[in-house]
Design a protein around this ligand. Structure first.
Ligand code: NAP
Ligand code: FE
Length: 365
């Protein structure tokens, strides 16, 4: 068994203020990488800037990261980091700015052509990167992955390198309080997907299973609250962020599986949020594994708090509301794309076009 997770985790309310001196060791000039709006409204950007000011660290802000970031965006950010002579990168926002920040950190030291971007050998160490997640879902703050949209394969591709584990992750659930119910739910579905897929992966170990089951247990406690459309209280937001962190620690070791790979097509072609895409397909994926005698599915379900796969399907039907539709032709096209992904290697049972297409169709009837 191997386990590698080099990120310093600082978790709790006010951690950027109390841990401000952690920024000091990374240099005198920072590039802050973020999305267009949210970090300006939820207090995260302001707290980071205060911490930098206290350390007399100067900074520039690159606030152009879109959801499911493109190669073009990270190239622009990389150009800015070089021009501004940044010593380190701070990613703040959802998974998209965090992933973009990781690639920008790589691009400051490595040249990559747009044409063969995803074949680039990232030989040189990137600049150090600090992660401040403001959604509770991707776990990107503790993973060695950065996921970008890849029109070359009509899907999303991961850059995988131990060099892009963030140096420090500051997790403060206060920043997630401005998330609307829909994004809170979608990102929580991503976290659940990470833990479930990690638990049902060819690369699972005793240690990742321990972490995955604890994450699934916590999420199972929280998910029923999404059915009541009340505000999500702070304590619950904190638990969500913690469960998402655990999910990230799981996939950092196991990777994700066919479920994520299938979800990428729904995002690429139908513009469905990453977490919702996984959520839409999850019940049918679990049903498939169960039908192939993967007994761990039962333990995952029980830990989540449902007795049977039928109960899980019912619960998810309520949770997801009106579902997007898909044609048979689309399902076969997406299945072909899914089959080419690296994720298929980590899936417990062999899947072909037929199985994948059936999952798409049964999920999105
Ligand atoms: P996201 O694409 O980062 O953000 C979605 C939306 O949420 C944006 O409109 C953003 O607004 C807004 N937002 C973020 N924080 C907010 C807050 N605190 N309050 C209000 N609005 C807020 O969504 P995500 O689901 O977190 O990340 C998805 C990406 O992560 C995908 O590209 C996925 O493939 C990737 N991912 C990466 C890993 C990994 O290990 N690296 C794992 C799973 C998924 P602004 O744009 O204004 O900020
Ligand atoms: Fe994900």
């Amino acid at each position: 068994m191997q386990y590698y997770m080099p990120t310093k985790i600082v978790f709790g309310q006010g951690v950027i203020e109390s841990g401000f001196d952690l920024f000091k060791q990374y240099g005198k000039k920072a590039l802050i990488v973020t999305g267009r709006n949210s970090s300006k409204k939820n207090g995260s950007l302001e707290d980071i800037i205060k911490a930098l000011d206290k350390n007399k660290i100067t900074y520039s802000v690159f606030d152009e990261v879109e959801s499911n970031p493109s190669v073009e965006t990270v190239q622009r950010g990389g150009g800015l980091a070089i021009k501004e002579k940044a010593d380190f990168i701070i990613g703040v926002g959802g998974g998209s700015p965090l992933d973009a920040a990781k690639v920008i950190a790589l691009l400051t030291k490595n040249k990559a052509n747009d044409e063969n971007f995803f074949q680039t050998e990232w030989k040189e160490d990137p600049l150090p990167m600090i992660a401040v997640p403001t959604t509770a879902g991707t776990g990107s703050e503790v993973t060695p992955y950065a996921i970008l949209t890849n029109p070359g394969i009509e899907s999303k591709s991961s850059i995988v390198s131990e060099k892009i584990f963030p140096a420090v992750a500051f997790l403060d659930a206060s920043y997630t309080q401005t998330l609307l119910r829909e994004i809170t739910l979608n990102t929580a579905l991503d976290a659940l997907s990470h833990s479930v897929e990690g638990f049902l992966s060819t690369r699972a170990s005793d240690f990742t299973n321990l972490t995955a089951l604890e994450s699934i247990r916590i999420l199972g406690e929280i998910f029923p609250f999404f059915l009541e459309s009340k505000d999500i209280p702070f304590q619950m937001r904190e638990k969500l962020l913690y469960a998402s962190l655990l999910g990230g620690m799981v996939i950092a070791q196991t990777g994700t599986t066919a479920l994520h790979a299938m979800g990428y097509s729904l995002t690429y072609f139908k513009n469905i949020d990453h977490g919702r895409a996984n959520g839409l397909l999850m019940a049918e994926y679990l049903d498939f594994l169960k039908s192939r005698k993967v007994n761990q599915v039962d333990l995952a379900l029980k830990t989540f708090g449902v007795a049977t796969i039928q109960d899980f399907k019912l619960f998810f039907d309520h949770l997801l509301g009106v579902k997007e539709k898909i044609t048979e032709k689309e399902s076969l096209y997406y299945a072909k794309i899914t089959l080419k992904t690296r994720n298929m290697n980590f899936t417990l049972k062999t899947m072909g076009e037929k199985e994948l297409s059936e999952i798409y169709l049964n999920s999105l009837k």
